[in-house]
Ligand binder design. Structure first.
Ligand code: GUN
Length: 301
């Protein structure tokens, strides 16, 4: 590839590591101030089962907390943990003043009702913004904390001077973790949002008809390399939320791939997030921010 072309392609990258480090540094400084006042923010992470990808995410969350000065403990429970035992644990954690944030890593094993678990978490400790009270506050424009991945995406766009105002944002995927809360954030009446939003999903007829209209395309449905160059318009901004393990003939036995076929779309986009190193680090940084905010709020009462 000629040198000029390579430079051009690097200019297109939206680097999540740079922006997440900025957020983490802000959190570290604020945490230091809080600790000086005798308050140590704490996060408890609960992991049920052996899903290897979840184990990696949880370890990364815990490491990032430590670096920022936030106390972080992880409780690992076996796959066959009963729903009742998990609910009892949540009740205990709700009462434990050491922990300002409770994060139950999803997905949970099939025999545990996720909704029941989420609804039992004290909304003030719900640093994921999954509890219906906090989802309601978000939708009505009075958020307690913002959902981590959607807030990370908005911060990433802002840091790269990409305005969402008046833009047509097309989101692929309607999950409670990304698609739905992100759509709710982007339609808010605020200079950081003010988008026209279309959400497409597995039952949408002719997804490409919609994705081709996107000024900003956000892929969050969990299918490796789904978005290809025929599905986008020239100069679109692409945010790739997918982290998919694709079998490969290497030491690990897999490589990570996004929901977007990166090399295929690259010549046509104006900006794009890589996988890894795009949205992933932002999710963790926003979790730290939420834990700090939850600690400040709970300790001010
Ligand atoms: N599983 C995948 N992403 C998330 C997240 O942001 N929070 C929790 N609790 N579980 C997840």
């Amino acid at each position: 590839m000629p040198k000029g072309d390579r430079m051009n392609q690097e200019d297109k990258l939206i680097d999540g590591k740079i922006v997440s480090n900025q957020v983490k540094e802000e959190v570290r400084e604020e945490t230091e101030k809080l600790i000086a006042r005798g308050i140590k923010p704490g996060l408890i992470v609960v992991l049920v089962g052996e899903d290897p990808a979840s184990a990696v995410y949880v370890r990364n969350k815990s490491k990032a907390c430590e670096k920022a000065g936030i106390v972080s403990e992880t409780i690992k429970l076996p796959e066959d943990t009963s729903e009742e035992d998990l609910l009892n644990l949540i009740e205990q954690l709700n009462k434990d003043p050491q922990y300002h944030g409770i994060l139950v890593q999803l997905p949970l094993p099939d025999h545990i009702n996720e909704t029941k678990v989420i609804e039992l978490i004290n909304p003030l400790k719900d640093v994921d913004c999954f509890h219906p009270v906090n989802v309601g506050k978000l939708v009505s424009g009075q958020p307690y904390v913002l959902p981590c991945t959607p807030a990370g995406i908005l911060r990433l766009l802002q840091a790269n001077d990409i305005s969402t105002e008046g833009k047509h944002v097309v989101i692929i995927g309607r999950s409670n973790i990304v698609g739905k809360p992100l759509a709710n954030l982007l339609i808010q009446k605020s200079p950081q949002a003010n988008s026209t939003v279309t959400v497409v999903h597995s039952r949408t007829k002719n997804i490409a008809h919609y994705t081709r209209q996107a000024d900003i395309l956000i892929a969050a449905m969990g299918t490796a390399n789904f978005v290809t160059e025929d599905m986008i318009k020239e100069n679109v901004v692409i945010i790739d939320v997918g982290i998919n393990r694709v079998s490969a003939d290497n030491e690990k036995g897999y490589i990570l791939a996004g929901d977007v076929d990166f090399n295929n779309v690259l010549p046509k986009v104006s900006k794009i997030t890589p996988v890894p190193g795009g949205v992933g680090p932002m999710t963790i940084a926003m979790l730290l921010k939420n834990t700090l905010a939850a600690a400040e709020y709970q300790e001010s009462k």
